[in-house]
Design a protein around this ligand. Structure first.
Ligand SMILES: [Zn+2]
Length: 129
């Protein structure tokens, strides 16, 4: 069976091993809270490799937010040219991080599993379905 390309599977938040199963139960901007499957619905990979594994995703999320703040800050400066008041920056950065919070939550976990989890490749050696 041909695997979905990694980047495509990553963007759609598919299982990092089989790239077919969904990682999240709910849609990104649904009214329900963000819920993850414990195991891949297709290949049964356990997403939370160790208890508390997703605490590490907070660091990825933090890096996202820093990158976002810098980008939004620069764009805000280019658009407004504001140099006196910091409030326009505080407000735009806050709004953007609020709007993008579900995306940040989701992709910080996806990226943690795809790129920062060598154990998943190790797991590939056994329990194939
Ligand atoms: Zn899977």
């Amino acid at each position: 069976m041909v695997k979905t390309p990694q980047l495509q599977a990553l963007l759609h938040a598919k299982c990092p091993r089989c790239r077919r199963g969904e990682m999240f139960k709910t849609s990104m901007y649904g009214f329900k809270s963000q819920k993850m499957y414990d195991n891949c619905p297709k290949c049964n990979l356990r997403y939370e490799i160790e208890p508390g594994y997703f605490y590490a995703a907070m660091y990825v999320g933090y890096a996202f937010n820093v990158a976002l703040a810098v980008t939004v800050g620069i764009v805000t400066y280019l658009i407004t040219g504001e140099q006196e008041s910091p409030w326009i920056y505080v407000i735009t950065i806050f709004l953007f991080s609020l709007v993008l919070a579900p995306l940040n939550f989701r992709y910080s976990r996806v990226i943690l599993l795809y790129w920062l989890s060598p154990k998943i490749k190790y797991l590939e050696h056994y329990d194939h379905d």
